[in-house]
Ligand binder design. Structure first.
Ligand SMILES: Cc1cc2nc3c(=O)[nH]c(=O)nc-3n(C[C@H](O)[C@H](O)[C@H](O)COP(=O)(O)OP(=O)(O)OC[C@H]3O[C@@H](n4cnc5c(N)ncnc54)[C@H](O)[C@@H]3O)c2cc1C
Length: 649
């Protein structure tokens, strides 16, 4: 969108305070970061929603702001560099969560784009050269045929079907296959576009823009937790990291006790088996990369639990290409729903519509009768059907239910995020953390800190944008010194099973707003997890260990500090919203199943308590956090409840 002159000046000044030109590094302005942010911002005149960043830019360059922040009366853009730095840090360290959140939003937007944007005319970025990143590897299968026939409506459409499935990710893709196999006429509506092997070139900018919700910039309302979710045909299963855990037995027992008795039944075991078989879940693609060798070495030397990760891949190269998996698998090895269940659904007659967002479910005399949708180009798509299955993921599912008029108090509540972040270690040896098998191993050493609540240790490939996401910024030189060491860095992901949830509401346009803050119970587990991750890195021989706190917390084992001082520093830096970078790749529980409308949004079959023939079958359905990466559980729930629905219809 077009910024005003004042907004543009403020944004450019912030970008160049964050990353000025220095010692061969280009400035953020030279890299076109301010322009890219402006282009990516949704226009409030079109969306009807206020854009927080624009509101911030409106005041940023005023003298009053500098006076308030650092007691200087000059406009931010007129201040010398060190004073501008102080202004930014006053936001980073503010006592107000809202201001810390705003700083984190700026840090992420500028930091992401600084490492994500290519150089002039699509050449390699001069930033990548500084830390030895080779850039995207390019399309690997340019002639690969597209697996699916997907329609993007070019005019208004009125359609009829037995069932309309909204969303084509883990839940929706599975539901479509089961219902189509049972002879039902199925329509799938998907808000995102269709991309396949011949489109996947490993470029971060393009990948985030095409495949992720809000282009990868989604977050909680206070900006304290980044929310990563797929928005494309196949949803999260196209961009996810292929880790394929079955629902643990103790979680199954917990969910059965929460009002869904079939979780402990043979029937659910059969659905887990069916899903794992169709997705080719196996333990034969577990080559440990240099990045994960650090995790394995550290765990073994501490005598801690380590095991091989089940993965849903066929013919995965487990090498250079694999590290780019989060931008779509370029060699077609990942068994996403686009490669499996949606293909089965289509072969059994299902129709798939892309770039088509459901706006509202039509409900008459207490029953769902169809769906109203809009394409990206503004065409209306109306589906009349006997049943609607909502599978938009745990942010958009409650939003669609709420804007369709449902009022059950549990819709949107009990949102679980498995908040995650990295503790990072810098090593003598070259690691090239952007390469290698996505997640070949994991550790459950601390997954039972209180009952079955605790953390899992996993790693992720550190593509530059993922690295930037957890890279603390206090001033440009220190930031770049860490970035320069990226080729020698590995991160231990601390994945928290959160007990206490957040909430999804809708704004006046019906768009979801996500509220989430860690409870004291969950914070204590995360803190212990960070401490554990540092011990793993230290045992593996890291020279420098640092956390993703807004204040820089680090130590150099055997040289400066210890993990005791590290823990003290992290406590001083704080564990509250905006004091550390947190992310969620696992969004769950916001329209949970249960035994009564007093405790849940749907019955155990996924049917909403308020409207007949209206079902939820996706990550929203979880009675609580799964504690393991959730894809297989989501697909197994969808499989079980779609079979029940097929019988019912
Ligand atoms: C980068 C990343 C890595 C991950 N790695 C793993 C992993 O290794 N293992 C694992 O188990 N899990 C992983 N996950 C999580 C897992 O992929 C998700 O939990 C899972 O895909 C969620 O399934 P879902 O059906 O709830 O939603 P999704 O798969 O997100 O599907 C929802 C779909 O609905 C569409 N939609 C939304 N609103 C509308 C609307 N109004 N109309 C039409 N369509 C709509 C969306 O575009 C999306 O395609 C990862 C997630 C991410 C983002």
């Amino acid at each position: 969108m077009k910024l005003t002159v004042g907004q543009q000046r403020a944004l450019e000044a912030i970008c160049d305070t964050f990353a000025p030109a220095d010692e061969g590094w280009p400035s953020a302005a030279e890299m076109g970061v301010a322009r890219a942010i402006a282009e990516a911002l949704p226009d409030p005149a079109v969306t009807g929603r206020p854009e927080q960043l624009l509101q911030l830019l409106n005041i940023w360059d005023s003298r009053l702001h500098s006076l308030f922040a650092i007691r200087r009366t000059a406009a931010f853009s007129a201040l010398p560099a060190e004073e501008r730095l102080r202004v930014l840090l006053s936001w980073a360290d503010s006592v107000l969560a809202q201001r810390r959140g705003a700083f984190q939003a700026l840090r992420k937007a500028i930091g992401y784009l600084y490492v994500m944007l290519p150089g002039a005319h699509g050449t390699a970025s001069p930033v990548w050269e500084k830390f030895g990143y080779p850039g995207p590897l390019g399309v690997q299968r340019p002639a690969a045929a597209r697996a699916l026939r997907v329609t993007v409506p070019q005019r208004d459409l009125e359609l009829t079907a037995d069932v309309c499935v909204v969303g084509s990710g883990a839940g929706g893709g599975t539901v479509a296959a089961v219902l189509a196999a049972a002879g039902k006429d199925v329509i799938v509506l998907e808000a995102g576009g269709y991309y396949d092997d011949a489109d996947f070139d490993g470029a971060e900018l393009k990948g985030f823009y095409n495949l992720y919700a809000d282009r990868g910039f989604a977050s909680t309302a206070d900006r304290s937790v980044g929310l990563l979710a797929g928005e494309c045909v196949g949803g999260g299963t196209v961009v996810n990291y292929t880790t394929s855990f079955r629902t643990p037995d103790d979680v199954r027992a917990e969910w059965a006790a929460a009002g869904v008795p079939w979780f402990t039944s043979e029937e659910y075991t059969r659905s887990l088996d069916a899903v794992c078989e169709r997705l080719h879940v196996n333990l034969e693609h577990n080559r440990v990369s240099a990045r994960e060798e650090v995790l394995r070495r550290g765990l073994r030397s501490l005598g801690w639990h380590v095991d091989a990760m089940p993965r849903n891949v066929l013919g995965c190269d487990q090498g250079k290409v694999c590290g780019y998996c989060g931008l779509g698998c370029a060699i077609g090895a990942k068994q996403s729903t686009a490669k499996t269940f949606l293909l089965d659904a289509q072969n059994a007659g299902a129709r798939i519509f892309a770039d088509t967002r459901a706006m509202r479910i039509n409900i008459a005399t207490g029953a769902a009768t169809g769906v109203e949708a809009r394409t990206k180009d503004g065409h209306r798509v109306t589906v009349r059907c006997k049943a609607v299955v909502v599978a938009c993921g745990a942010i958009h599912t409650p939003a669609l239910l709420l804007r369709s008029g449902l009022r059950n108090a549990h819709i949107g509540r009990h949102l679980h995020l498995h908040p995650v972040s990295n503790v990072s270690g810098v090593f003598d040896e070259e690691i090239r953390p952007w390469e290698g098998t996505m997640q070949a191993i994991y550790s459950d050493e601390h997954c039972r800190m209180t009952g079955n609540y605790g953390v899992k240790y996993e790693t992720t490939a550190l593509q530059p944008v993922i690295a930037a996401a957890v890279l603390p910024w206090r001033e440009p030189r220190q930031y770049r010194a860490l970035l320069e060491k990226l080729a020698h860095t590995s991160g231990i992901g601390v994945l928290l099973r959160d007990r206490d949830g957040g909430r999804v509401t809708v704004d006046r346009t019906g768009w979801p707003v996500t509220h989430y803050a860690l409870s004291a119970f969950d914070r204590a587990h995360l803190r212990k997890g960070f401490h554990g991750a540092a011990r793993i890195l230290e045992a593996a021989g890291a020279r420098l260990i640092y956390s993703p706190h807004a204040k820089f917390c680090c130590y150099e084992p055997g040289r400066r500090g210890s993990h005791e001082t590290f823990t003290r520093d992290m406590d001083a830096a704080g564990w509250s919203s905006g004091q550390l970078a947190l992310f969620s790749f696992h969004i769950m529980g916001s329209a949970r199943m249960g035994s009564s409308p007093r405790s849940s949004a749907t019955n155990p079959e996924g049917q909403t308590w308020e409207a007949r023939n209206l079902y939820v079958m996706d990550g929203s359905s979880f009675p609580s956090a799964s504690g393991v990466n959730p894809m297989i559980s989501i697909e197994a729930i969808a499989h079980r409840n779609a079979e029940a629905l097929a019988k019912h219809l």
